[in-house]
Design a protein around this ligand. Structure first.
Ligand SMILES: O=P(O)(O)OC[C@H]1O[C@@H](O)[C@H](O)[C@@H](O)[C@@H]1O
Length: 320
């Protein structure tokens, strides 16, 4: 073999590519869901009804990070009690009258509409770690006649759910497809699973102003570094400067919830009486195993003119 002095050195071999993520559509009709599993075992399940994430497992598939009620309706008859329902175009009860959302039900129609699965894209980083992104779409033509009549505006939502080994990213893209401008609110109603609510602390809200819905919607300021849940809690933290809200249990970090272009966060736990009053909340003492940390834009309204787009979302890191 002729030796060439300037022979290029051998290119390093590309990393061996193992099997990629598995994505399946399971079930049929209103119960259809998309299930994605990484080769390392982590998984996510997204019901087409509401594009509701109903399960997210990390640690090779051994740790469920989301709380889902044992009585959650998963057949498209009712918004899912648990997981990550998508709230759009209004948060909470709509303004009583005089606003375009006034005739809509609490939390709008996105969580009770059937979304379309737009497809998956998988990727692998330099270290061979996989991720998978699932895209879902909902537009004006996909909502019920009732919802369209109540909010007759042309919109398109794209919702992307990306699973990595230790995180779940959920991002929405809202587009005004019509001639008229519109206003909306958006929120990701995430039910995080915890072992014992009495040991949970929530950090990252110090100094932030909040509306306390349990105290007649009065305004307060978070004075303690750590928020503890010791009773019914329903607070809207507004315009939070720091982008991460951390959930700890027994002093150990459980989750970091990182907001992207969403300024507000609702912290909700129904506690004993409210939990018992909800027909789809089970078991009754399930409130001990969950806390909702709901990122969103719900203080005031986002306005989109014709053709404009808004994008916002979260990354939840499982730190267990
Ligand atoms: O029962 P729903 O409509 O799912 O709402 C649950 C809770 O959702 C929270 O986001 C609200 O702040 C609470 O006031 C509300 O009770």
């Amino acid at each position: 073999m002729v030796e060439r002095p300037n022979r290029p050195s051998a290119l390093s071999a590309p990393p061996a590519t193992g099997p990629g993520p598995q994505v399946d559509i399971v079930g049929s009709g209103p119960s259809s869901k998309v299930v994605a599993t990484l080769p390392s075992g982590e998984s996510v399940e997204v019901l087409l009804y509401g594009a509701t994430v109903t399960s997210w497992k990390s640690n090779g598939g051994q740790t469920e990070n989301l709380w889902l009620s044992e009585k959650a309706a998963l057949d498209g008859t009712k918004a899912v009690r648990g997981g990550i329902p998508v709230v759009f175009p209004v948060f909470g009860p709509p303004p009583k009258s005089g606003h375009p959302t006034s005739s809509l039900p609490q939390h709008g129609f996105a969580r009770t509409s059937r979304w379309e699965f737009l497809g998956k894209s998988a990727s692998e980083d330099a270290l061979g770690s996989n991720s998978v992104k699932l895209d879902f779409g909902l537009e004006t033509s996909g909502v019920s006649d009732e919802a369209r009549k109540a909010w007759p505006l042309d919109f398109a939502l794209q919702y992307s759910v990306t699973l990595t080994k230790d995180s779940l990213q959920t991002v929405v893209n809202v587009r005004n497809e019509g001639e008229q401008s519109f206003e909306f609110q958006f929120l990701l109603h995430t039910y995080l699973r915890v072992n014992d609510i009495s040991k949970v602390t929530i950090n990252g809200l110090l100094g932030v102003e909040y509306i306390d819905k349990v105290l007649n919607a009065t305004t307060h300021q978070q004075a303690d570094m750590s928020l503890k849940i010791t009773g019914e809690t329903d607070r809207v933290y507004k315009s939070i400067p720091q982008d991460t809200t951390s959930v700890l249990e027994d002093g150990k970090p459980l989750f970091d919830v990182v907001r992207d272009n969403l300024q507000d966060t609702v912290v909700w736990n129904p506690w004993v009486e409210k939990a018992a009053a909800m027909g789809d909340f089970a078991p009754n003492d399930g409130f001990k195993n969950m806390v909702c940390v709901e990122v969103g834009t719900v203080d005031g309204w986002q306005k989109l003119d014709k053709g404009e787009v808004f994008e916002g979302g979260q990354i939840i890191k499982s730190l267990l």
